[in-house]
Ligand binder design. Structure first.
Ligand code: UN1
Length: 511
């Protein structure tokens, strides 16, 4: 079904997903579909007092949940994974309708949730600490990992469910209740996700109430969460501007911050690159999700020797990529999230021209639904911008499908350009030269949290730690040992002897 209006389909979808009518009618927060621009629901917003109450309830839940054995906590996440599998098509469709993702990316986002659930279930039996050699006879020293407390989660519109799941799946097995402030641009995805988790909780049976809560709204709601003394960790995904407020507020009360902020990701295309593969990887990472991933490829650094071979192929990809209704089969680039995003794209392109850039594409596209009706959303053809040098808007993140391209001659120069931006999330190099690949990943190579070889900077899988340096905020979410952020570490030393040797040879003998 791809009628122009998304309203009717959404109502049926939300019913099936178990979102109560009261949560999505008569509120003050307008949920829009970027496909049509229309308001599809009005969601109840939380007040700062509501946030206070939610955290207080979560804190009560913490007292009980932290005592539930971790593998049993994992069982809840396993059940949630089952609910996600059962509802995958519906939740993915909701992601398409509310965030504007194409069908396969909507499905991919829910798959990312399922994957992190599986990971967290395994982890629930592997929350292990070290045993460490001690310098004192008849002593043992070890680390124990304990639940941390209520975790605040602030998420962005572009991954309206997966990024929450990265945090929540880990937090729940680590023994922490969650309070989630989703993006005010995607409140329905949060309500649906919460409803699915509640199904899992009902099947689980004896979890304390209020393990997971959603508080809807804008910056004031986020601030109430960030400033709450009973929230020892806030994981926040969004703009660097947001992180600049959240980070210091958390530091002021010595709470932990897990920040995943802006990216301005580059790829280097070396002379030995497999161009066929590079073109496909560049197309996906620059134009996928309409350029609205924090991992989106925004800067392409191309060696002089292959520049003239690569550029026409990229220009063709930009000119021919199907832009339009993300519900329609074959569409690869859906709408931008809203008018402000489209205006930001226009401004960046004007700034690029002023900085000497030559733009291909970028124009507005008149999209139509399957039934031929015009769609009111903000559709833009991706833009390819040849820049004489890395400057102007190329140094900033614009959350839109703009790929800036510039030339380089020596790898050193490319590495310097790659690292010469304020952000440090993701990066990649296309090369068949082992030395270049290793150099790119070495200590004096890419300065990003993610450095890939022969694939684009976007589309990471959940098993790795996800995040980046500098203005990206330094946090790591998802796989590897990211779980440690959600627990507190205790170092335990046990003396099983009869004497009391002091560390460092200190003597302190009393009568
Ligand atoms: C984001 O854009 O905030 O690596 C997250 C990727 C996705 C996650 C992106 N797995 O592109």
């Amino acid at each position: 079904m791809t009628n122009a209006s998304a309203v009717h389909e959404l109502a049926a979808l939300l019913d099936r997903l178990g979102v109560p009518l009261a949560a999505r009618q008569g509120g003050t927060l307008a949920a829009r579909s970027p496909i049509t621009g229309e308001v599809v629901a009005t969601v109840r917003e939380a007040s700062p007092d509501d946030v206070e109450a939610a955290v207080a309830r979560a804190h009560v839940a913490f007292a009980a949940w932290r005592l539930v054995p971790a593998p049993r906590r994992g069982e809840l996440v396993r059940l949630f994974g089952e609910e996600l599998r059962a509802a995958k098509a519906d939740l993915a469709r909701l992601v398409t309708l509310e965030a504007g993702k194409i069908v396969s990316e909507g499905l991919g986002e829910v798959q990312e949730m399922i994957d992190i659930c599986d990971f967290a279930v395994g982890l629930s039996r592997q929350l292990c600490g070290l045993t460490i050699a001690t310098e004192r006879a008849s002593h043992r020293m070890m680390e124990t990992w304990h639940p941390l407390g209520v975790v605040g989660i602030i998420s962005a519109f572009n991954f309206p469910v997966a990024v929450w799941a990265w945090n929540a799946a880990l937090a729940l097995v680590c023994g922490d209740p969650c309070v989630w402030k989703p993006s005010e641009k995607t409140p329905l995805c949060a309500l649906a996700t919460q409803a699915l988790l509640e199904r899992a909780l009902a099947r689980f049976g004896d979890a304390p109430p209020h393990l997971s809560q959603v508080v809807q709204g804008g910056a004031a709601v986020g601030a109430a969460l960030v400033n709450h003394p009973l929230v020892p960790l806030v994981s926040a995904t969004g703009s660097t501007a947001m992180g600049r407020k959240v980070g210091p507020a958390l530091a002021a009360r010595f709470a932990r911050a897990l920040l995943e902020l802006g990216g301005n990701n580059a790829a280097i295309v070396a002379p030995s690159a497999d161009l066929e593969l590079a073109v496909r990887a560049i197309a996906f990472s620059a134009m996928g999700t309409a350029g609205q991933r924090c991992t989106t490829l925004r800067r392409l650094l191309v060696h002089d020797d292959i520049y003239d071979a690569l550029l026409p192929r990229l220009a063709r990809a930009v000119a021919t990529v199907p832009v339009g209704d993300p519900r329609r089969e074959g569409t690869l680039v859906g709408p931008l999230i809203d008018e402000a995003a489209s205006e930001a794209m226009t401004r960046a392109l004007a700034a690029a021209v002023a900085a000497g850039g030559q733009v291909v594409g970028g124009e507005a596209v008149a999209a139509v639904a399957q039934d031929g009706a015009a769609l009111g959303g903000w559709y833009r053809r991706p833009a390819l911008v040849e820049m004489p040098a890395q400057r102007g808007p190329m140094l900033h993140e614009t959350f839109a499908p703009i790929l800036y391209v510039t030339r380089y001659r020596a790898l050193e120069e490319a590495l310097a350009l790659q690292n010469a931006v304020a952000q440090g999330l993701s990066s990649s190099i296309f090369t068949s030269d082992l030395r270049e690949a290793e150099r790119f990943m070495a200590a004096d190579g890419s300065d990003c949290g993610i450095a890939n070889v022969n694939l684009g900077p976007s589309g990471a899988e959940i098993g790795g730690a996800f995040g980046g340096e500098k203005e990206t905020g330094g946090g790591r979410e998802s796989g590897s040992d990211s779980w440690k952020a959600y627990m507190r570490r205790a170092t335990n030393t046990i003396n099983y002897g009869k004497s009391l040797p002091l560390a460092q040879g200190v003597r302190f003998d009393v009568e």
